[in-house]
Design a protein around this ligand. Structure first.
Ligand SMILES: *Cc1c(COP(=O)(O)O)cnc(C)c1O
Length: 386
């Protein structure tokens, strides 16, 4: 076994988070968002937890969708509904059609896909994305009124519209949801236009809410909720947590799925006056027992955490000394261990009475936990534990 940090995924926590969402959203289905290498948790490792528990799977790229299909074949699992919510080319869509993966149509460029499907004699299930106020992908109301989606009406030989979706822009940053309600109204108007002009059936699946809206804005739950960060046991934001308590009357429990651990490369004493790390930014005021950890910003441990972060060793906080390096972090274990034998440090997660949350790590790095989690290196070993 190599000396390297690793990630542990708790299957128990994942199951609890799915159950927490099912309890809140009632009859709406629960889908898992697995983009960004499953928010850094590992696509296939997370899939092994999610596949039997959720109703649909959402990814950004065709490659992720095909990896899910390959995993299902390899493990003899039934095919789950998989929807590529990111950008797709006409060629991508042929491949997705062959593997019964659904794609999102978000602009008039999708007419190329219609032509390619006809030429190849393939049929594709599609969800139509409406831009209701995020300004990202999707047909705008003005575009629909100009007829940009009318081509669907004459594409029913190769396209079956199974769903209509949109995405909120401002549910996590606020505790009142006025803008989200405007988006919901735009969604209804857009859906009416699709029915009237594009031949979209009234009973297609409608979906809008991500983690936050599913909790704090009940009318947004519609037919299925697309839950990303919360199924990994992380709150979208502090505002969402506050709002959830108010709206639901009680706070659902989310359990972080991921822990990040690193063995030491070496534990040793540095005499008082020694410098630590690049740039000589830290100098030991006293004799200091340090642990050198073989983990750094290449692995996704943010360099901006230099001078602020700590890790846990034997349940005690150990400050990171000096700068986070590409492949190394040096921590002060003077009081956390009694000798120079190897230690295991917890970079994220719980050790004894102490824990380090993804929000804490993100705060040290002046960013959000969505970013720090998705930057966890795809090369890190991921282990699913009970
Ligand atoms: C990322 C994303 C989600 C999930 O968002 P969370 O806040 O992580 O739950 C849902 N829908 C779309 C379109 C997304 O891009």
């Amino acid at each position: 076994m190599t000396v390297a940090s690793w990630l542990e995924l708790s299957g128990h926590a994942y199951t609890a988070n799915v159950a927490a969402y099912r309890a809140v959203v009632g009859k709406a289905k629960v889908g898992a968002v697995l983009k960004g290498n499953a928010y850094g948790h590992g696509l296939l490792e997370t899939l092994s937890l999610a596949h039997g528990q959720v109703d649909s799977l959402y990814v950004i790229t065709p490659a992720e969708a095909l990896a899910i299909r390959a995993w299902e074949t390899q493990h003899g699992k039934p095919r789950r509904e998989v929807l590529v919510i990111g950008a797709v080319s006409a060629d991508d869509c042929l491949e997705l059609a062959r593997h019964q993966v659904s794609a999102v149509a978000a602009d008039r460029g999708f007419e190329d896909t219609v032509r390619a499907l006809r030429a190849a004699g393939l049929k594709l299930d599609v969800h139509v994305h409406l831009d209701t106020g995020l300004g990202r992908e999707g047909f705008t109301r003005a575009g629909l009124e100009k007829g940009e989606a009318d081509f669907f009406a004459s594409a029913q030989d190769v396209i079956t519209v199974r769903g209509v979706l949109s995405h909120f822009s401002n549910t996590e940053d606020v505790t009142e949801q006025d803008y989200a309600r405007t988006q919901l109204a735009n969604f209804e108007a857009g859906f009416a236009l699709l029915r009237a002009r594009a031949g979209v059936a009234a009973d297609v699946q409608r979906h809008f809410a991500a983690s936050a809206a599913a909790l704090v804005l009940p009318p947004s739950r519609l037919d299925v909720v697309r839950v990303g960060i919360a199924l990994y046991g992380l709150w979208p934001s502090a505002e969402t947590r506050l709002s959830a308590r108010v709206v639901l009357g009680t706070l659902p429990t989310l359990e972080p799925v991921l822990s990040w651990k690193s063995p030491s490369q070496v534990v040793k004493w540095l005499p008082a006056g020694s410098f630590v790390g690049y740039g000589c930014t830290w100098r030991c005021a006293a004799d200091t027992r340090v642990a050198v950890l073989p983990v750094g910003y290449w692995d996704g441990y943010p360099r901006l955490a230099s001078g602020k972060a700590y890790v846990l060793v034997n349940g005690q906080r150990c400050p990171v000394l000096g700068r986070v390096m590409m492949n190394h972090v040096i921590v002060d274990v003077t009081h956390a261990t009694a000798d120079e034998r190897p230690v295991v440090a917890t970079l994220l997660g719980r050790d004894g009475d102490e824990s380090i949350s993804a929000e804490t790590l993100a705060g040290w790095a002046q960013t959000i936990h969505y970013e720090t989690m998705t930057r966890l290196g795809p090369h890190l070993r991921r282990v699913v534990v009970g």
